[in-house]
Structures are given as C-alpha cells and as structure tokens.
Design a protein around this ligand. Structure first.
Ligand code: HEM
Length: 182
C-alpha cells in the first residue's frame, strides 16, 4: 500500500459530519451526510471519493520552513472539532509555468505562506497532491484543515485573504466542505 495515499469519501459514514458543501468555483460535489477519511484506498461504499498523496514540499524555503515547524501543530487535537476539506484544481496556465514562476506567484506576489503563518497554530493543516495518481482525479489538491470552533471566524478571514490573491486567479475549480467531528 502507498502509505502516503489518503481517501476522503462522502457517504453515510465517517468520522466527520458534513455541515455544508459550497461550490466556490466550478462544479460542486454532491451533498453527503458524512465524510470518511482513511489512509489508503476506500473499502466501504461511498457517494464520491477523492484521493491524494502527501508529498515533499515544492515551494517552501528554509527560513519559511523553520517558521512553520516552530509553530504548526498536528491534526487530531481534541479541541479541533471543526474542519474544512477544500479540493482545488488549478488551470492549464498555472501548470504551464516553470517552478520558479509558480513560486513567484504563490509567495512573492500572493504571500500565501506569510498569510498562512499568521493563522498558526490554531489552524492545523495537511496538503494532498492528486495529479500524479494513476487514476485521473477531479482536483489537483485536497486541502484539509482542523480547528476549534472559536477559530472558525479566523479561518473564514484566512479564506478571504487567500482567495483575493493573484494565485487564486489560476484556480478553476474549488469546493468547500465544512465539517463537524462526530
Ligand atoms: C500550499 C501554507 C492555508 C491551499 C501551501 C504551501 C505552504 C502553505 C507552506 C507550500 C507547500 C510547498 O512548498 O509545496 C499554508 C498555511 C496555511 C495555509 C500555513 C494556514 C492555515 C491554506 C488554505 C488553502 C490553501 C486555507 C485553501 C483555501 C493551498 C494549496 C497549496 C498550498 C492548494 C498548493 C499550491 C500549489 O502547489 O500550487 N500552503 N497554507 N492553503 N496551500 Fe496553503
């Protein structure tokens, strides 16, 4: 089994109750009452299932990495009873850029990492990549966030800040699921 593979499956069972599904850009996902997250391929029935793998970082530089490692906290904190799954697909223009052009948009122009750092440690996160899987996936990234209810407003602010950056001009599909731990 690929230990880096994670499946996020919408259906009638799971660790998280889906409270909303919102199409931010492009086609949405069908409403499902529960979200099941498993390390590996799904084994139980589902309405839809998205797969992604954790991977090495592409853009983070040494100084940023040190700042992230110093403050970030892991998933699964007892206080993190709320979560968001935000699958994202970027357009062909983004993927046609070279690595240094993408870094320039993501950080020099959009300050994605600098903005994100302001929301740590309350927001815990994990990024999954979908493009290199053998089976075609509807999104390029599955972004996952966990936080306590008192930080839900800060999370909304973070979304607003990131979505107004130049980086987001390259997002062609984005769906936002909000969840409550069962
Ligand atoms: C990538 C930090 C919030 C979506 C990254 C990377 C970092 C980062 C360091 C680059 C990883 C690499 O080097 O490959 C943060 C921090 C956040 C945050 C500290 C604060 C909680 C968000 C949110 C979203 C998001 C709220 C979605 C709405 C993404 C996506 C990528 C990414 C899609 C991959 C970009 C690409 O490779 O083209 N984030 N982020 N991030 N983040 Fe965030």
């Amino acid at each position: 089994m690929n230990e880096r593979l994670w499946s996020f499956s919408g259906g009638d069972h799971g660790q998280w109750r889906v409270t909303s599904v919102t199409a931010i850009t492009g086609a949405s996902l069908a409403m499902a009452s529960q979200l099941d997250i498993i390390n590996g391929a799904p084994i139980r029935p589902f309405v839809w299932s998205l797969q992604g793998v954790t991977s090495n970082e592409r853009y983070v530089q040494q100084d940023e990495k040190q700042k992230l490692v110093a403050v970030q906290q892991g998933l699964g904190r007892a206080s993190s009873t709320q979560a968001a799954l935000i699958p994202i697909r970027k357009n062909a223009a983004w993927w046609a850029f070279t690595q240094d052009e993408r870094r320039d948009i993501l950080e020099a122009k959009s300050r994605h990492i600098e903005i994100g750092l302001r929301y740590l440690p309350p927001i815990a996160r994990r990024l999954h990549h979908c493009r290199d899987l053998a089976t075609a996936q509807p999104y390029d990234f599955l972004t996952w966030f966990e936080f306590a209810p008192e930080h839900a407003t800060a999370f909304d602010d973070l979304l607003g800040a990131l979505r107004s950056t130049p980086e987001w001009a390259y997002v062609e599909r984005e769906t936002e699921l909000r969840l409550q731990r069962n």
